[in-house]
Write a protein that binds this ligand. Structure first.
Ligand SMILES: Nc1nc2c(c(=O)[nH]1)N[C@@H](CN(C=O)c1ccc(C(=O)N[C@@H](CCC(=O)O)C(=O)O)cc1)CN2
Ligand SMILES: [Mg+2]
Length: 290
């Protein structure tokens, strides 16, 4: 079987170019550039890289961007004040607070505070509810990127059995809702599932999002399945740091019809979908201002 390696980096570049074209078209009609605000608390090196990439990609798409940094020991009140200020700003259409936050801060309260119309991560309970009822506009970026890749790879997803390994609020749950809307049959496998591996082996589409390095090997995969690897895990092998997914790529790739690599798969699409959501939020704001 020849396996198609899904090139998330190239797809992300294409999507950002499409968003950029739309931003320019709107500018010609007098619509202000979409503005993205990214809030980073603390010094986590990985988070700092993701934030830098988000700002860079926003600029590439012709958007304006604001970065707000707070120290790791900031108070809940000071972080909430920053979000409240961004909620009020007319030039900010999208707000995201980079996760995870330091332990002493409540992610839940911060997410609830972001205006739902500016919640470009799609994490606010209002947006979660809209997604669950098929009315969403701002959809969590990682599952949205996965859906985009699956639709390009397979076309119509109707009737496919999708198994999602992992039930996080950021990926597993919204992924299940999105694929349900695409008319898939959904099974979510998690740490308490009985014989998750046998269930996964029935999947036409297998999405791995558990955060366990290389958990999924070839014994989890039906030959010919499309495998989407959401995991990004830093491990040490032979004294060297490297990134691996939740899928053992070398073992699974020979059996898959198509597979996303790590790095260069889902990650870049997450950031591209953030740009798409920021454009959507700005378009909505300009429509409601008319
Ligand atoms: N507020 C949010 N916080 C977090 C999210 C999110 O969507 N919103 N997701 C992750 C982190 N994340 C984006 O924020 C993210 C992670 C990784 C990548 C990525 O492109 N990774 C590269 C590899 C990068 C490397 O070399 O270290 C890849 O997969 O090719 C993009 C976005 C948690 N927090
Ligand atoms: Mg906390």
């Amino acid at each position: 079987m020849t396996t198609h390696i899904i090139d998330g980096k190239r797809l992300a570049d294409d999507l950002i170019a499409e968003v950029g074209n739309e931003v320019r078209r709107l500018a010609e009609l007098g619509v202000p550039a979409p503005g993205l605000a990214v809030v980073l608390v603390g010094e986590d090196p990985a988070s700092a890289i993701y934030v830098r990439n988000k700002i860079k990609r926003a600029q590439e798409a012709g958007m304006t961007s604001i970065e707000k940094r707070l120290p790791a020991d900031c108070t809940q009140d000071s972080l909430e004040a920053v979000v409240e200020e961004l909620n009020q700003r007319a030039d900010v259409h999208g707000i995201l607070v980079q996760l995870p936050l330091p332990k002493h801060l409540s992610e839940e309260r911060i997410i609830r505070l972001i205006a739902p119309s500016k919640d470009v991560d799609g994490f606010h309970p209002e947006n979660v509810g809209l997604l669950a009822t098929g009315q969403a506009t701002l959809i969590p970026c990682t599952p949205l990127g996965c859906l985009e890749m699956l639709q390009r790879e397979i076309g119509d997803l109707s009737g496919k059995h999708a198994v999602i390994v992992g039930r996080s609020n950021i990926v597993g749950k919204p992924m299940a809702n999105l694929l349900l809307q695409a008319n898939c049959t959904i099974t979510v496998v998690h740490s308490r599932s009985v014989n998750g591996k046998a269930i996964a082996r029935q999947a036409d589409i297998l999405v791995a999002a558990v955060g366990v390095p290389e958990l999924v090997d070839e014994t989890w995969v039906k030959p010919g399945a499309v495998v989407i690897d959401v995991g990004i895990n830093a491990i040490e092998k032979a004294g060297k740091r490297r990134l691996v997914g939740d899928v053992n790529y070398a073992k699974v790739a020979p059996y898959a019809k198509a597979i996303t690599p790590v790095p260069g798969g889902v990650g870049p699409m997450t950031i591209a979908c953030l740009m798409k959501n920021t454009l959507v939020a700005a378009q909505h704001a300009s429509q409601s201002a008319r």
